[in-house]
Ligand binder design. Sequence first.
Ligand SMILES: CC(C)(COP(=O)(O)OP(=O)(O)OC[C@H]1O[C@@H](n2cnc3c(N)ncnc32)[C@H](O)[C@@H]1OP(=O)(O)O)[C@@H](O)C(=O)NCCC(=O)NCCS
Length: 189
Amino acid sequence: MRVSEMILKGKAVTLREHSPEDLHAVHEWHGDRKVMVFLSWGAETLEESSLYLADCIRDRKKDPRDKYRLAIVGNETGRVMGSATLHWRGRGANGGDGRLGCFLARDYQGRGYAREATRLLMEFGIDTLGMHRLSATCLAGNEASERTLKSLGFVYEGTMRRHSCRDGVWIDRHFYSVLSHEWNPSEFS
Ligand SMILES: CC(C)(COP(=O)(O)OP(=O)(O)OC[C@H]1O[C@@H](n2cnc3c(N)ncnc32)[C@H](O)[C@@H]1OP(=O)(O)O)[C@@H](O)C(=O)NCCC(=O)NCCS
């Protein structure tokens, strides 16, 4: 199945395809070192965010489509607050694995938006695309990310020790997953 124009509507947020007009909103999180402190990417300049955004916009043209990097929009404000991502790996007759990610500008963190955005992508990945499992990783210390995953039924799988280097310090990486038969959307609405 190929979905080229995505829209997933939740109670507080809607996920939709990015558009060029999202640039400044994307740079709010993508260009903020504090938001990206646990990530190995991000931007120093608006130009770099613009290249990233163009790449996200191109996702929908790929056939088969393997990446869904979507804008998280507030239902009340219409503002782009961040991005939620799903990367379909090892797809095929058996469903494959969907790697999830979520990023919010500082002003919008801590209000439950990531939980709802992630839940919408989980439903889409398993129920619509037929993925066999969903996975996510985060660096040790990224409490907001781990709590979001655990609150949605993700199971801790293990740790890759001293996996990623940040500012000269090696940090453990934690792995989480949900299998399709474990996913019960009504539990998490
Ligand atoms: C990770 C992130 C997406 C979570 O989004 P959020 O909308 O702020 O999270 P929520 O408001 O849904 O909160 C989720 C849980 O984390 C907790 N939490 C939120 N911010 C926290 C913080 N700074 N420290 C510790 N816990 C925190 C909340 O209390 C909640 O816990 P609970 O379910 O036990 O009540 C967001 O913090 C973010 O964009 N971080 C920077 C980018 C990033 O690291 N992304 C993840 C990449 S692996």
